[in-house]
Design a protein around this ligand. Structure first.
Ligand SMILES: Cc1cc2nc3c(=O)[nH]c(=O)nc-3n(C[C@H](O)[C@H](O)[C@H](O)COP(=O)(O)OP(=O)(O)OC[C@H]3O[C@@H](n4cnc5c(N)ncnc54)[C@H](O)[C@@H]3O)c2cc1C
Length: 572
């Protein structure tokens, strides 16, 4: 059975990018149909930290953290280079703050400033220490009613007690719940809400991070009555007279042929689970792990490719935007991935070593740069996987991966092989099959750095970002401490992509470009389907969701023939 539908704009993919495009188009008066391959909205966005990098945003300025888009432009020029993508960067910087304000005014999207959250190359010209990152306000999932079940949940590794979400700001009061009355009350409120939730819901309904972002988008779409087709992948886009005429969407009931008068937006989340594209675009050895939604199979890129679109892999270095990940045992017997983003690597008393037992990177750099360091080092010594090494004092105080700070019983994680423990460094090295003498030498040298506070090998603790994720209370260097209290602990670490940077080339209105650089009329790409304007670099927190939101906004405005809001790039 095939059906015919006619709308102004068809959007494929209900992640943050696709939902934003659908929302903006509807707000601009277009009739919109959103088709989603899975049975839930949210995509990888739902399982993300939900941070948006929006230089010059007003939420931060109103919160007392000033920033300037002009400085951000200097930073991006220096970091990204590539004059060819400057037009995209300029459009992003001009539109970002105004688009966010407009979305706040016209929908349920609400953002909070992150305050101090340094850029990831905080020692480069134009980098900011505060004011560029915003996060979604927590959201009450109960407002979605029965549709709460249609919101993709976070990964289990991001939930406490099998279903409770917390925000970064909740961590100190939870860890220090017996240290002050304020902390105790905060922790007790979270727990009470969670316990009440679990009487009625399969997980907690106080949503934070990426789940708050996608829930807010979903709620906004519902309020506007925007139709979402679930389990309905876009399969092909049809052209007529040199422009996009519509697309075929597959459903359990048969194909739907959608005529799309203003065009089609591809927002299917990139190619994280497409083996052919991984092999073609990614670093070697090709990483086995992806943290993207399993439904992100490169469909948008493949559709674009068939229509003659230019895919931009060349300048994208290794194509992934990475996190170091440990492979976790899950309660149902399956395996998951824990992203080592910011809680453990920069704390004092931890090192990362390769198979020679040698350090190869400043452990406190950004998650992306850490994995780039794994690839660089692997050219000389086996560094994939690498190993995080610490001692008993460290793991108790700061935790490690799935081990939360203060966790007492590590037996199940030890038994599952997720964590290894040994009384001597030699035995720990043997457990991983790495060079024992090398590990001993490395730890002795690092313990010397802990005394002087100076890492003469990799400069750990020298940048704002390093220190931000370190331990302020530790001296002389907040990121370097001794590894000297047995038993010793270690964990295997692999590269995993949280996003991809290779995608469909676009102009500043997210119009997909052909091989000659001309727009394919009526075809838009945003989110991870769009070639990243960062060209494989990772400037700061929110590197994909910031541009993902801004270019989704610009795509929808263009489709509606409206001028996007822009502000001059000011400051400096
Ligand atoms: C642990 C983690 C933390 C992260 N934290 C951050 C962060 O704080 N800030 C940041 O900027 N980025 C972060 N990211 C990356 C970010 O989540 C992604 O870059 C972002 O979600 C991409 O948005 P998207 O809309 O392009 O894709 P997605 O969010 O993946 O959504 C794509 C959607 O398209 C659907 N789809 C796929 N194929 C089809 C098809 N053929 N037809 C219709 N629908 C289809 C998918 O099912 C999915 O729902 C994080 C990622 C992870 C894993």
């Amino acid at each position: 059975m095939s059906q015919q539908r006619e709308v102004d704009l068809l959007v494929a993919g209900a992640g943050p990018a696709g939902m934003t495009a659908a929302l903006v188009a509807s707000l601009q008066g277009l009739s919109v149909l959103l088709c989603e391959k899975s049975g839930q909205v949210g995509g990888t966005g739902s399982t993300s930290a939900g941070t948006l990098w929006i230089p010059g945003n007003h939420q931060s300025r109103d919160g007392g953290f000033s920033d300037s888009a002009a400085q951000a432009q200097d930073y991006l020029d220096a970091l990204v280079g590539d004059p060819g993508s400057r037009a995209l960067r300029t459009a992003f910087l001009q539109t970002g703050p105004a688009a966010i304000d407009w979305l706040e005014r016209n929908s349920e999207l609400k953002f909070l400033p992150c305050g101090r959250h340094p850029d990831y190359r905080s020692n480069m010209k134009g980098a900011a220490v505060a004011g560029r990152a915003i996060i979604p306000e927590p959201f009450d999932g109960r407002l979605l009613g029965a549709d709460f079940a249609k919101l993709r949940p976070p990964i289990p590794e991001y939930m406490l007690f099998g279903g409770m979400m917390i925000a970064k700001a909740d961590i100190p009061p939870l860890v220090g719940r017996f240290r002050s009355l304020g902390n105790f009350v905060h922790a007790a409120k979270l727990m009470t809400r969670y316990l009440i939730d679990r009487l009625r819901y399969p997980r907690g309904t106080r949503l934070t991070m990426g789940n708050a972002l996608t829930a807010r988008l979903f709620y906004s779409l519902k309020q506007r009555g925007i139709e979402i087709l679930f389990n309905a992948p876009i399969a092909a886009v049809e052209m007529r007279d040199g422009r996009v005429a519509g697309a075929t969407v597959m459903t359990a009931e048969g194909e739907i042929h959608v005529t799309a008068r203003k065009g089609v937006v591809l927002a299917t989340g990139g190619y994280g689970h497409n083996a052919r594209y991984r092999e073609a675009f990614m670093a070697k050895p090709m990483p086995a792990h992806s943290m993207a939604s399993e439904f992100n199979q490169g469909d948008g890129i493949s559709i674009g490719e068939k229509l003659g679109a230019r895919i931009a892999p060349d300048e994208h270095r290794r194509s992934g935007l990475w996190t170091p990940a440990s492979v976790t045992p899950r309660a149902d017997g399956s395996k998951g991935l824990y992203p080592h983003l910011l809680l453990d690597r920069a704390k004092p008393g931890l090192i990362a070593v390769n198979a020679r037992g040698e350090r190869f990177v400043n452990e406190a750099v950004s998650y992306h740069d850490f994995v780039e360091g794994m690839f660089d080092s692997n050219a000389n010594a086996p560094s994939i996987p690498c190993y995080l090494i610490c001692d008993a004092v460290f793991i108790k105080k700061y935790g490690l991966g799935l081990v939360y700070p203060g966790a007492g019983n590590l037996q199940s994680l030890l038994k599952a092989g997720y964590l290894k423990r040994a009384d001597t460094l030699d035995d720990l090295a043997a457990a991983f099959g790495i060079d024992a003498a090398g590990l001993r030498r490395t730890v002795a040298r690092h313990n010397g750095f802990a005394q002087t506070g100076v890492d003469t090998d990799f400069g750990k603790g020298e940048t704002e970002l390093n220190r931000f994720n370190g331990d302020d209370a530790h001296a002389p260097n907040p990121c370097i401490g001794p590894i000297a209290s047995p038993p010793y602990y270690g964990m295997e670490i692999w590269p995993a992509d949280i996003a991809v940077s290779t995608g469909l080339s676009t102009d500043a209105n997210a119009r997909v470009l052909d091989q000659a650089g001309a727009p394919i009329a009526g075809l838009y790409a945003c989110g991870n389907d769009m070639a990243s304007m960062m060209r494989g670099s990772y400037p700061g927190p929110g590197t994909t969701l910031g541009p993902g939101t801004v270019f989704a906004y610009r795509a929808a405005m263009h489709a509606a023939a409206k001028e996007p809001l822009e502000e001059p790039i000011a400051g400096g």
